[in-house]
Design a protein around this ligand. Structure first.
Ligand SMILES: [Zn+2]
Length: 398
């Protein structure tokens, strides 16, 4: 008879946070000083009292602003290099080690939850759940799906039967969501405006996801591609830089989510990602960035539910917080903060558990010096970050 091994769960000490002033990301109000008790990965108590908890680690957060842990709803944690051919040359174990480093660095920036949008499989999420890695909570879907001739480093599937077969296998293996490329990309062999997959293929995928109580996320750019995806039942729109009024109406009527990823174009333009761009490509990336800002402004004004996404890889990963500053060109700081907390939690199906600080929620929070509502640099610079609590454990900051 096989011996069933318990997963490795190092024992957690309770944590008491003193003098914690919580910024309510719903209302924008900064609360009075409170004591927060975290136990077994959850927030057990928030109170005025200062009673001590046996065996607890005590931490004083006086003078800091306490916020829910940040959520990046579009990350690629397995892309430690911007050179995809280099990644393909890595052994699986080496690749896993590089991925662990990427995840740890995200946590050090204050991201306590990350939705991987292509690459990470559920084994990584399992390893994090079992506390084998010091890493953000992870929602993973495995490789991206594309049709023959489609965009990106992907799993190629063609036809409704292949799509259903592939999705069934993926959901069996624990995928949280499936990302499909429904158009070309900015740096892609497939033209940006070209549509990928037939309506019937997309509908088959949406149907399989519905049966599994999961959802489809779509990589799309043009208004035509966004509207088609939303009409066919896709739940989250990734990138979506070229929205028109019809797209906005569909977001609202379908209750779908919009996840812009401005940081990735910014990283490309800044030269940080090492993509050697010819002048024509550079102009195209500049244009898609500017139109992304315009689309974000329109969607935000209309009340579309918007998640915080970054879509970075390689050297660009260090700009994960820059999205705050970029969005502040067209949005109020509180709106951006809601995207990176409350809305991010809804996107990953953890509304009420993640992205908020309340009794019973995940013990995921950060503390920063300064007021992020008055100065978005408090979040965007990363230098103001003083404390991270992840799954109930204080994280050692550099
Ligand atoms: Zn992506």
């Amino acid at each position: 008879m096989a011996v069933r091994l318990e997963p490795h769960h190092p024992p957690r000490k309770p944590v008491v946070l003193r003098n914690a002033r919580i910024l309510d990301v719903e209302t924008g109000q900064l609360g009075p000083e409170r004591s927060i008790v975290a136990r077994d990965g959850r927030i057990a108590e928030i109170s005025e009292s200062t009673r001590s908890v046996e065996g607890a680690t005590e931490i004083d957060l006086r003078g800091l602003t306490v916020l829910p842990g940040l959520i990046d709803a579009h990350a690629h944690v397995t892309q430690a290099s911007g050179d995809f051919n280099e990644i393909l040359s890595w052994s699986p174990d080496y690749h896993a080690a590089r991925t662990a480093r990427v995840l740890h660095e995200m946590l050090l920036r204050g991201f306590t939850t990350v939705r991987d949008m292509g690459g990470a499989d559920n084994g990584l999420a399992q390893a994090i759940d079992e506390r084998l890695l010091t890493a953000p909570r992870l929602k993973a879907g495995g490789p991206i799906f594309a049709p023959t001739g489609g965009h990106a480093l992907t799993e190629v599937v063609d036809g409704e039967v292949e799509i259903r077969r592939a999705l069934r296998a993926r959901f069996r293996d624990g995928a949280d969501h499936i990302k499909m490329t429904l158009s070309g990309g900015v740096i892609s062999k497939m033209r940006l405006e070209a549509l990928a997959f037939s309506d019937a293929e997309v509908s088959a995928a949406v149907d399989e996801a519905r049966l599994a109580h999961r959802y489809i996320a779509a990589h799309v750019y043009t208004a035509e591609a966004v509207s088609r995806a939303l009409r066919l039942g896709v739940r989250t729109i990734e990138h979506g830089n070229l929205l028109d009024g019809e797209c906005i109406d569909l977001f609202l009527s379908k209750g779908a989510f919009y996840v812009p990823t401005l940081a990735t174009y910014w990283a490309i333009l800044s030269g940080a990602t090492g993509h050697g761009l010819d002048p024509a490509k550079k102009a195209a990336v500049e244009d898609i960035f500017e139109r992304g800002l315009e689309s974000l402004a329109k969607a935000s004004a209309a009340g579309v539910r918007i998640g915080y996404g970054t879509d970075l890889h390689g050297a660009g990963l260090e700009f994960q917080l820059e999205e705050f500053r970029l969005r502040a060109r067209v949005q109020e700081p509180l709106e951006i903060l809601r995207s990176a907390t409350l809305v991010g939690a809804e996107i990953i199906g953890e509304g009420g558990r993640a992205g908020v600080i309340a009794e019973g929620c995940y013990a995921d929070l950060i503390a920063v010096e300064g007021d992020p509502l008055a100065d978005i640099g408090v979040l965007a610079d990363g230098r103001a970050l003083r404390f991270v609590l992840s799954d109930g454990d204080p994280v050692q900051l550099p």
